[in-house]
Design a protein around this ligand. Structure first.
Ligand code: FHN
Length: 579
């Protein structure tokens, strides 16, 4: 009876849309995420009460303990003592204009600043408690650094985002399973203040791991509920995946949480399957300011990281840690400006670019693609520049950005040899721009989606309810156990390519195309990505069937595709047909 009710409910539920805990849209293609996908480069700012300590704590026994934004926790500073130290925090020299000028000069398109880190200290005049820059510092009570930064970011056309730690060392209710609901209510109240007061384009959550020091009672369900609440409040928000909670001992984050993944201090060697991504990294080793932390990465390394990340369709969120006066340390702003001066000449290789799936990742640098251009960012100019071609294309012209030298491009072996005749233009990366012509896309389809049968059992038996689903992009999460779905119809590619079909599923998913089993995730599992390939013909309707079953726990099913010509996306409605 209950199962029948669930199935009936599923059949009449409005299709996924913002304001629910269901998948909102396809972040790979939606308008909501366009600015983020184009930006590629942002500024992270770790600035808080800890900045006052400058990375050092003198213990009463005379010894010194060092850390940065974790200093309260790592140096075991008692709360009252930490409060005493933070009381003299006076970042009077914080200048929103200086910060945004630096971001702009660096070529960064967005800023994400810590509104509250793990120490719980609010960097805006929260009404929820007194543990804030306004009420617990020596700072001018009439100033609000978040408001100043938001106004300046708006003025200079930079998107504004806020970091918020769900894990909190200061609020006693945050570590108490019994009183956690009270903390969650205060957290929501703070997030409402932040959204209403500062209209962020992006919320960057943190603190999603399981720990006892202090305990972190946050759950995946808390994350799903908060995500739903926030999307209802602002459907345009971008939210990172750390809004969720990782299970004890689990290192990897899931691609079903939030809009984008968040590798930290590293970046992947290829686009991430199933989710947008952004790598956050530091310039020295710590996030918050520490006066002894001087191991700064070079501008060359940072710039090449950015290009490598863009070549894998990711974003680079590069951190600065303002000092106790509110100033970005010169070694950090110097490096950012150096990156910006490279980007001023070579920005097309980064901004708005993404993976160049036509070619293999070269050893001499990185390749990005933007429309009909391939950008070859060459780190090692001395090498012979060979491009291994994975999907045939013609090169109609070639030039070195910022130079008039001739570039010959000749077919050789499994691809092209690219032969510039002059010297490199700089030591970071000399960029060769190829204008290219590949396969013409077939016109967009006119499809309406796939025919869906929702069964009241977890094994495709019983009487199904039917409907048409425009795309397979579902995150039912905790709503409903023991149901199954079968989608049937046709899929029409726009390119004659070998396509990768990819499912994000929990519990069971299988995909057949032209009768061939392409994805077989038939053993019950938690959230997982599975994929398989098949050659398809442009414009042709290929038969497709997708079986999905949910037993218990969370329920997710997404169907994505990609090919050399088609960047990863949820298979769109117009390319799916019921007949
Ligand atoms: O513990 C934090 C750390 O201080 C910093 O904020 C980084 C930024 O991604 N995140 C956490 C660790 O994953």
């Amino acid at each position: 009876m209950l199962n029948a009710l669930v199935a009936a409910l599923l059949a009449v539920l409005p299709l996924a849309g913002p304001g629910t805990i269901y998948a909102t849209d396809d972040p790979f293609t939606s308008e909501r995420t366009q600015w983020f996908r184009d930006a590629r480069f942002g500024m992270f700012i770790h600035f808080g009460g800890y900045s006052q300590l400058e990375g050092e704590y003198q213990r009463s026994d005379g010894s010194t303990c060092q850390d940065a934004e974790w200093i309260m926790n790592k140096c075991r500073i008692p709360t009252a003592e930490y409060e005493r130290l933070v009381k003299s925090f006076n970042p009077a020299q914080f200048s929103a204009k200086a910060v945004v000028d630096t971001a702009r000069a660096a070529g960064q398109k967005y800023i994400v600043i810590t509104s509250k880190h793990h120490d719980g200290y609010a960097m805006w005049p929260t009404k929820v408690n007194k543990w804030s820059l306004r009420d617990h510092s020596a700072f001018d009570r009439n100033r609000d650094v978040l408001a100043e930064l938001k106004a300046e970011a708006d003025r200079q056309g930079i998107k504004f985002g806020l970091y918020y730690s769900t894990w909190d060392w200061h609020d006693p209710d945050a570590r108490s399973a019994q009183n956690f609901a009270r903390y969650k209510a205060r957290m929501r109240a703070q997030l409402v203040e932040l959204i209403d007061g500062y209209d962020p384009a992006l919320l960057w959550f943190d603190g999603d791991w399981d720990t006892d020091n202090p305990p972190n009672p946050w759950t995946k369900q808390d994350g799903a509920e908060l995500e739903s609440f926030l999307r209802a409040k602002d459907p345009d928000l971008l939210i990172n995946n750390r809004i969720s909670k990782r299970a004890p001992g689990v290192k990897e984050r899931r691609v079903v949480d939030g809009d984008f993944g968040t590798p930290e201090q590293t970046f992947p060697s290829a686009p991430i399957d199933g989710q947008l991504w952004e790598s956050c990294m530091t310039i020295p080793s710590k996030w918050g300011y520490a006066k002894w932390d001087k191991n700064f990465k070079s501008a060359t390394t940072l710039t090449r990281n950015l290009v490598d990340i863009a070549s894998r369709s990711g974003n680079y969120l590069l951190n600065v840690g303002p000092d106790k006066f509110g100033r970005i340390p010169a070694p950090e702003s110097d490096r950012l400006r150096a990156m910006g001066s490279w980007l001023a000449r070579h920005g097309d290789a980064v901004h708005g670019s993404s993976v160049a799936s036509w070619v293999a990742d070269p050893a001499w640098g990185a390749v990005t693609r933007k429309d009909d251009k391939l950008y070859l960012s060459v780190y090692d100019w001395s090498n012979s520049l060979h491009l291994k071609v994975l999907e045939p294309f013609d090169v109609t012209s070639a030039r070195v950005l910022g130079s008039s030298q001739h570039v010959a491009v000749v077919k050789a072996g499994d691809g092209y040899d690219v032969k510039p005749v002059g010297a490199k233009t700089n030591d970071v990366a000399t960029v060769i721009e190829l204008t290219v012509r590949g396969e013409q896309a077939a016109p967009p389809g006119t499809g309406e989606g796939l025919r869906a049968q929702y069964f009241p059992t977890n094994n495709w038996t019983g009487t199904p309810t039917t409907r048409t689903d425009p795309s397979l992009n579902f995150a039912w999460r905790f709503d409903g156990d023991n149901f199954s779905v079968r989608w049937t119809g046709f899929v029409q590619p726009r390119f004659s390519d070998t396509y990768t079909f990819l499912t994000v599923s929990d519990d069971i998913a299988k995909v057949w195309v032209d009768g061939k089993l392409v994805v077989d995730a038939s053993q019950a599992h938690q959230v997982r990505v599975d994929k398989g390939t098949i050659a398809l013909q442009a414009g042709k309707k290929h038969a497709i069937r997708v079986d999905y079953a949910e037993r218990t726990g969370e329920a997710h099913l997404k169907l994505l595709w990609s090919s050399a010509n088609q960047n990863q996306q949820v298979v769109p409605e117009e390319q799916l047909y019921t007949n």
